[in-house]
Design a protein around this ligand. Structure first.
Ligand code: NAD
Ligand SMILES: O=C(O)C(=O)C[C@@H](O)[C@H](O)[C@H](O)COP(=O)(O)O
Ligand code: ZN
Length: 372
């Protein structure tokens, strides 16, 4: 077995490990065995990951004597839908499952969110294991138990908190990931530095290229550090009643862009988050609470790695600011009709507040949407 590092998400009654290493996928059976029963496992994956990595996982389960079946959905955000949820649930029920059947979500955040919600719903709750295969899912979505699908009204509006039993992150599988997807995941890596780890942001400024380019020590460090940050927050605030909301930095804006485009792939989640994080810094600078140089520093870094930093970079879209602000009203951080925003005093100094200057926010969104 390859050398792996293990982190633990500490929760009252459902603590679990995050195992991170290079070349773990062929050992899936050994890692999953403690959670698999005679009823076996159902692997949920998407049409891209099926071609690249499903056989490795199936062979490993075979070798470990674990009965398995697979369900494949089309790749992409559109699979986080009611239609896809129904189709997956019906296919799995037709297999004849039991409460001890284990679900494995093998794929990116779409598969993790959909698979986790399917697991939460089937027979009122099956155990599941996350095997994240994108940078985004390895550093963020596989950890923390937020599962769900999108609705016409907005992003992730239907779902459940359902923690996995194990997260198995093989950094070598990222070698097959397209560059654009790698960059989208990188936005969520940078997010941890921006929230409260300025030293990590400094490190990323010097090492981003290596993190993105190859399965080496830098990539493993970035995945480990991101998971450690997320595990810490989730252990303290599993259900987002306080600190966990910081993980939403840039998301109130980013989700509005995604919803407006109907999740059609013109803007990936991580790209939307990159643009949203810039808006968050920009509006806080305009409100006089953060140094304007930090917005510039953030934009320079994201641009240097190849991420979009303005909504105007999505070609052929004329953004309607009122509609974008309308989408924001569906944010899950709305209380008593008011959004709790993730604001910042500068890089590494994020905080939550309801004291948003709506005029300055509108201006910051407009600056992002305007080509210049
Ligand atoms: N639950 C959470 O806490 C959380 C956190 C962040 C994001 N999310 C959600 O995650 C989703 C985005 O996840 P994502 O960026 O992983 O997208 P994704 O799941 O769509 O994967 C991106 C693309 O990469 C392909 N792919 C996956 N692994 C591959 C591999 N190893 N090699 C080649 N291709 C591969 C997929 O088929 C897909 O086309 C969004 O829906 C977002 O809302 C959830
Ligand atoms: O885990 C969390 O908490 C996050 O907010 C992580 C985000 O990166 C992620 O996109 C999450 O799905 C957003 O959650 P939502 O509750 O705003 O839909
Ligand atoms: Zn996110």
């Amino acid at each position: 077995m390859t050398r792996a590092e293990t982190l633990r998400v500490e929760l009252d009654d459902r603590s679990y490990d995050i195992v991170i290493g290079s070349g773990l996928l062929p050992d899936t059976g050994k890692y999953v065995a403690p959670f698999a029963r005679a009823a076996g496992v159902v692997i949920l994956t998407d049409s891209n990951v099926e071609k690249l990595h499903l056989l490795t996982v199936e062979a490993s389960l075979e070798a470990a004597g674990i009965p398995h079946r697979s369900v494949v959905v089309p790749a992409g955000e559109a699979s986080k839908s009611f239609a896809s949820f129904e189709s997956v649930v019906e296919q799995i029920l037709a297999f004849g499952i039991e409460r001890s059947t284990l679900i494995i979500a093998l794929g990116g955040g779409v598969i993790g969110d959909l698979g986790g919600y399917v697991a939460a719903s089937l027979l009122r709750g099956l155990d599941f294991v996350q095997i994240p295969t994108t940078l985004l899912s390895q550093v963020d979505s596989s950890v923390g138990g937020k599962t769900g699908i999108n609705s016409k009204s907005g992003k992730n509006l239907v779902g459940a908190f359902h923690q996995p039993r194990l997260v198995l992150a093989d950094t070598a599988v990222l070698d097959t990931l397209p560059k654009r997807e790698m960059l989208a995941g990188y936005a969520e890596v940078a997010k941890y530095g921006l929230i409260d780890e300025p030293d990590f942001f400094d490190w990323l400024e010097n090492n981003a290229e290596a993190v993105i380019a190859r399965d080496g020590a830098e990539r493993k460090h970035a995945v480990y550090r991101s998971c450690a940050a997320k595990a810490r927050v989730v252990s303290q605030d599993e259900r987002e009643s306080g600190k966990r909301a910081l993980l939403n930095l840039g998301h109130t804006f980013g989700h509005a862009f995604e919803a407006e485009l109907g999740y059609d792939g013109r803007l990936l989640h991580g790209e939307a988050v990159a643009i949203g994080m810039v808006i968050a810094h920009d509006v806080c600078a305009a409100m006089g609470m953060a140094p304007a140089q930090d917005t510039t520093r953030l934009m320079n870094h994201l641009q240097a790695v190849g991420l979009p930093v303005r909504a105007s970079q999505v070609s052929g879209v004329h953004w309607d600011i009122d509609r974008l602000i309308g989408h924001m009203s569906h944010d899950k951080k709305v209380r008593d009709g008011q959004i709790t925003f993730v604001m910042t005093r500068g890089i590494g100094k994020a905080f939550t507040s309801r004291e948003m200057d709506v005029g300055k926010m509108r201006a910051a969104i407009s600056r992002s949407c305007r080509a210049d």
